[in-house]
Design a protein around this ligand. Structure first.
Ligand code: NAD
Ligand code: UD1
Length: 351
C-alpha cells in the first residue's frame, strides 16, 4: 500500500514542487493550505503536471476541528509541515501574527497528530536558526540563535519538537534546515510567486530582468567575501523537493527496521538536517549567471547593508548525504535558467 502524507502549506512555493516529487516517488498526498500566501491556480497546475486531481483541503492549521476531520478520514503515514509565514520584515512589524501562525499553529497540528497517533513529521526549518555563524560551512551542531520573530518562530518550533521527542519516543521528526531555495519546475508551470515586491534576491533579479522592477539594490559591497557582496548557499527547489522525499523514505526505513527488531531500536526522535549544496555564491556572481542565461542586463546599484544580514552562509551537506542518501545535483546555471523560464512564461505569477 502507498504511504499517504498530509502536506500542510502544499500550495506554496516549496510545497508545490514537493507535491510533484512525492507523486513521482509513489506517495499519496493530501494538501492542506489556507491559501494565505498561495493560490488555487497552483493546485490546478500541480494537478496538470501529475495528470490527476490532487486532494486539496482549504484550511488553517489553527483550525482544530477541520484538522480532526481530515485525520479521521485518512490513514496518514506522516505529515510534511510547510505551512507558515516567512517574511522577516513583516514578522518584525507583526510578531504576534508570526508566533500565532507559526508556533501556535504548529502546536495545534502536533496535538491533532498526537490524538490520531500520527507521529512521523518532516518540518520546514531554516538556516536562519544559525543566526550569524561562528564558522563555515555550517553543520547541524552549530550554535543556534535568531534575531527576528520569523527566525525565533522556527527556533521555538525546533525546541518544541526536541521536547516532544524526549517526552514520547514514538515520535520520528526531521527538521530540514533549508538554505536559500531558488529556481522553479523545469516545465515553467510552477514557481515562486511573491505577492508584493520580493524581499529575496532571486525573485528580485528575475523581476528586474522581466522589466517589472527598474533595478536591484545590492545591500552592501563591503563584506569580507570574494567581491564584497553577501554569499549564500542557493539550492534548486527541485533538489529541495527531492530532499523531502529522501526524508520520508528515511523515516519509513527506520520505522520498518524498528518493527523488525526486538531489542535495540533505532530511534529517530528529533533529527535536524541541513538541505544545501555546500557551495557559496555571491550576489554579484548570481547576477552574472542570471544575465548569461537570460541574455538580460540586470541594472543594479550598491546601497547600505540590510539590517540583520550576515556576510556568508553555506551548509555542510554531509549529514543529508550520509543519512538520507541525498545531495543537491543542480547548478547555479540550472537555478537561473528555470527561474527565468518560469518568470517569462508567467510574468504576473499565477494571476
Ligand atoms: P510559501 O509562503 O510559498 O508557502 C507556505 C504555504 O503555507 C502557503 O501556501 C501559505 O498559504 C500556507 N500557510 C501559511 N500559514 C498557514 C496556516 N496557518 N494554515 C494553513 N496554511 C498556511 O513559502 P515557502 O517558501 O514554500 O516556504 C515553505 C516553508 O519553508 C515555510 O515554513 C518557510 O518558513 C520555510 N522556509 C522557506 C524558505 C524560503 O526561502 N522559501 C527558507 C527556509 C525555510
Ligand atoms: C533572508 C532572510 C532569512 C530567510 C531567507 C530565506 C533576512 C535578513 N533574512 O535570508 O531569514 O530565511 O531570506 O527566505 O531577510 N540582497 C540584495 N538585494 C536584494 C535582496 C537581497 O542585495 O534586493 C542580498 C542580501 O543582502 C543577501 C543576499 O542577497 O546578501 C541573499 O538575500 P535573500 O535572498 O534575502 O536571503 P537571505 O539574506 O539569506
Amino acid at each position: 500500500m502507498k504511504n499517504k502524507v498530509l502536506i500542510t502549506g502544499g500550495a506554496g512555493y516549496i510545497g508545490s514542487h514537493t507535491c510533484i516529487a512525492l507523486h513521482e516517488a509513489d506517495y499519496d498526498i493530501v494538501v492542506y493550505d489556507n491559501l494565505s500566501n498561495s493560490s488555487r491556480e497552483a493546485i490546478n497546475r500541480i494537478s496538470t503536471l501529475i495528470g490527476q486531481n490532487i486532494e486539496f483541503v482549504e484550511g488553517d492549521i489553527r483550525d482544530t476541528e477541520l484538522l480532526r476531520k481530515i485525520f479521521a478520514s485518512h490513514e496518514f503515514f506522516g505529515v510534511i509541515h510547510f505551512a507558515g509565514l516567512k517574511a522577516v520584515g513583516e514578522s518584525v512589524a507583526k510578531p504576534l501574527l508570526y508566533y500565532n501562525n507559526n508556533v501556535s499553529g504548529t502546536i495545534n497540528l502536533l496535538e491533532v497528530m498526537t490524538e490520531y497517533n500520527v507521529k512521523n513529521l518532516v518540518f520546514s526549518s531554516s538556516a536562519t536558526v544559525y543566526g550569524d555563524p561562528e564558522s563555515l560551512p555550517i553543520d547541524e551542531s552549530s550554535k543556534r540563535s535568531c534575531t527576528n520573530p520569523y527566525g525565533q518562530s522556527k527556533l521555538m518550533v525546533e525546541h518544541i519538537l526536541e521536547d516532544l521527542a524526549i517526552s514520547d519516543t514514538g515520535w520520528n521528526m526531521i527538521a530540514l534546515r533549508y538554505f536559500n531555495p531558488v529556481g522553479a519546475h523545469t516545465s515553467g508551470k510552477i514557481g515562486e510567486d511573491p505577492k508584493d515586491i520580493p524581499n529575496n534576491l532571486m525573485p528580485y533579479i528575475s523581476q528586474v530582468a522581466i522589466g517589472k522592477l527598474d533595478k536591484l539594490n545590492i545591500f552592501g559591497n563591503d563584506y569580507p567575501t570574494v567581491d564584497g557582496t553577501g554569499v549564500r548557499d542557493f539550492i534548486h527547489v527541485t533538489d529541495l523537493a527531492q530532499g523531502h522525499v529522501a526524508a520520508l523514505n528515511y523515516l519509513d526505513k527506520q520505522i520498518n527496521l524498528n518493527e523488525s527488531r526486538t531489542i535495540q531500536k533505532n530511534l529517530v526522535g528529533f533529527l535536524p538536517i541541513n538541505l544545501g549544496t555546500g557551495k557559496g555564491t555571491s550576489v554579484l556572481e548570481l547576477i552574472s549567471a542570471f544575465s548569461d542565461v537570460s541574455g538580460k542586463t540586470i541594472p543594479y546599484q550598491f546601497t547600505s547593508r540590510r539590517s540583520g544580514d550576515i556576510s556568508s552562509c553555506y551548509a555542510s551537506a554531509d549529514k543529508a548525504k550520509s543519512l538520507l542518501e541525498w545531495q543537491a545535483k543542480l547548478s547555479i546555471t540550472d537555478m537561473c535558467k528555470d527561474t527565468w523560464h518560469w518568470q517569462s512564461m508567467n510574468p504576473n505569477g499565477y494571476e
